[in-house]
Design a protein around this ligand. Sequence first.
Ligand code: NAD
Ligand code: ZN
Length: 382
Amino acid sequence: MLAMDYRGPKRVRAVQKPMPEIKHPEDAIVKVTRSCICGSDLHLYNGNVPDTRVGTTFGHEFIGEVVEVGSEVTKLKVGDMVLVPFNIACGRCSFCQQGLFGNCHESNPMATAVGGIFGYSHTAGGFHGGQAEYVRVPYANFGPTVIPEGMDPDDAVLLTDVVPTGYQAAEMAGIQPGDTVVVFGAGPVGIMAARCAWLFGAGRVIVLDHVDYRLEFVKHYAPAEVYNFKTDMQDPVLFLKKQTDWLGADCVIDAVGAEAAGDVLQTITGRKLLVQAGSATAVHWAINSVKKGGIVSIVGVYGPTDNLVPIGNVLNKGLTLRANQASVKRLLPRLIEHVQNGVIRPKELITHRIPLEEVADGYRLFSDKLDNCIKPVLVMDS
Ligand code: NAD
Ligand code: ZN
């Protein structure tokens, strides 16, 4: 079968690989029809995730058709069209029992933090992902969800990650009616978080990024007020303080993650910022721009050893930090309803449809923000 293949930082390609096989009676094999490239894949692509092995297939946002099931799979049958949450969760360990499906113990027992994730290095269990024609799906009685009749496949594929992650970012932010909500990052996740902030009663939503076309998109899509911290030449924390009577924002969401830790900082304004080079700008800005006693919701992904929180400010401001991988399966019932009712319109984020053969172009477009790329999807059934 054809599959994406990681060769090292910024080197990916499509190659022939062996077909996946059922390894456990609860496995299913899914023939992939759509598979997105995610901001989380860029951490792998850039070589920033420990134990990302050459030869791995990435891809944790996919849908497809069930073509084979193990002997203990009772909830799915061959021919079902499913959307598959990016978390690999057993559904029965003590963490899954609490709804913490991103922290499943059984799917990644060697890890102290994250549960299993498709195509996300050996840190997240060493599973191959769905940027391939076929993929093995463990715990098939729990994770995969039959796509409702009539749902557009482009909407379905974004329900595997982007929609639940954006929604959980807003949920964790503890938004109260009328609150001013700030979102760092206008990638697909930040865009969705800004959209969802309104569902929790936000009175004002402000999104910051340094990529104009993304800000332009979120301005209309969420809708949101936007701020480009590169061209507007003003410290974002100062800007946000001015916007909020010097009190700070009620809730702040970090939808950036580790990207901000490196070269982005050097490209910002050339002026002295509130943080030191090498520390993550987004999480610092979030902590420094939220009001005293406020909540910072972090869905941007950081590595297991990243240590970037200015703890003194957290303590002295009395902040609450909430962070996690999205618990996709927990949120799916209400989000499917929101998509069916048109409250959330995920497919509008998809800007590029790319054949699997051209996966390297997809990564380049998305990573380098070329051709107004917001969300690329690999399409296998065209
Ligand atoms: P993306 O890379 O497309 O978007 C990130 C955006 O942040 C870009 O538009 C970039 O220009 C902007 N940015 C960079 N530095 C910034 C800064 N200092 N302040 C404000 N904006 C800045 O990625 P995405 O797909 O939108 O994902 C965003 C983050 O969410 C990534 O870290 C990804 O790994 C993470 N993620 C988390 C989960 C989860 O379950 N927690 C799920 C999916 C994605
Ligand atoms: Zn993702």
